[in-house]
Design a protein around this ligand. Structure first.
Ligand code: NI
Length: 258
């Protein structure tokens, strides 16, 4: 069973102690590809370094909505330049995060950066990785206004309604499903996993966060992806092999890896 991890943060400080050990265990465990996703200028650098050091790691370059405050004036140009580095397969993660009580001014700045980076992705002909939390309508409005479907990409760690997931699918987007799908109380996400066609689903950990059952609450890693695969297989009434193979093919299509 070969697995494509579509969203991880192995540059996170939670991996400082044993990063090499974990990364070297992944290919042996069937984790064939990992896309490491950045969120601010510092993690762009560490993500590109990981991609340069490991054959199986690819990079996503972008500014996370929670990191848009206080950036130097030239950051957008700097990000544009980093997109030209080897093994960059996406712009991300970008979007809106209204979970925290941001001032309206910051919410507006998030929107500015979201639109700007959709523009960068279009220019560079790269798909986007969308992060959206507690901002369902605002995110969808911008995606429609900016015609993001023609750019392509994934709504990662999808957390809204099954109906909205289908709107994203119709737009041509992939839906990223991770550890939350294994949680007993994750009714909405289970319904989403049932509703979205298998060919539009990619799997992810978002590690070190959001470890699936039975490891909920612990530090997450791509080694937990079989639990996500198993949950989706059960929901859809198909085999784990089918889920692994389809999500592997889907992620290669999403990130345009030959
Ligand atoms: Ni993430």
């Amino acid at each position: 069973m070969l697995i494509f991890e579509s969203h991880a943060h192995y540059d996170d400080e939670q991996f400082d102690e044993d990063r090499d050990e974990i990364l070297s265990a992944l290919p042996k465990s069937g984790i064939e590809y990992v896309v490491n996703v950045s969120s601010n200028p510092e993690s762009v650098k560490s993500t590109l370094k990981l991609a340069a050091e490991h054959d199986f790691i690819y990079a996503a370059v972008g500014i996370h909505p929670s990191d848009v405050e206080g950036l130097p004036e030239d950051t957008l140009d700097w990000v544009r330049e980093q997109l030209k580095a080897p093994k960059v397969v996406a712009v991300g993660e970008i979007g809106l995060d209204y979970y925290w009580d941001w001032e309206e001014e910051v919410q507006d700045l998030q929107k500015v950066w979201f639109r700007r980076q959709l523009g960068l992705a279009r220019e560079a002909n790269l798909p986007v990785i969308i992060h959206s939390r507690d901002a369902a309508k605002e995110t969808m409005d911008i995606m429609v206004e900016e015609d993001a479907g023609s750019i392509g990409g994934v709504v990662h760690c999808y957390s809204y309604s099954p109906e909205m997931a289908m709107d994203y699918v119709k737009m041509g987007m992939f839906i990223g499903i991770g550890g939350v799908v294994t949680f007993k109380n994750a009714k909405k996400l289970k319904e989403t996993a049932a509703a979205v066609p298998l060919e539009n689903i990619v799997i992810e950990t978002d590690c070190p966060y959001l470890a699936p059952e039975p490891n909920r609450g612990k530090r997450n890693s791509s080694l937990n992806l079989p639990y996500v695969i198993s949950a989706i297989a059960e929901i859809k009434g198909i085999t784990e092999e089918e889920v692994a193979q389809a999500t592997y093919d889907n992620a290669k299509r999403l990130y345009r890896i030959e």
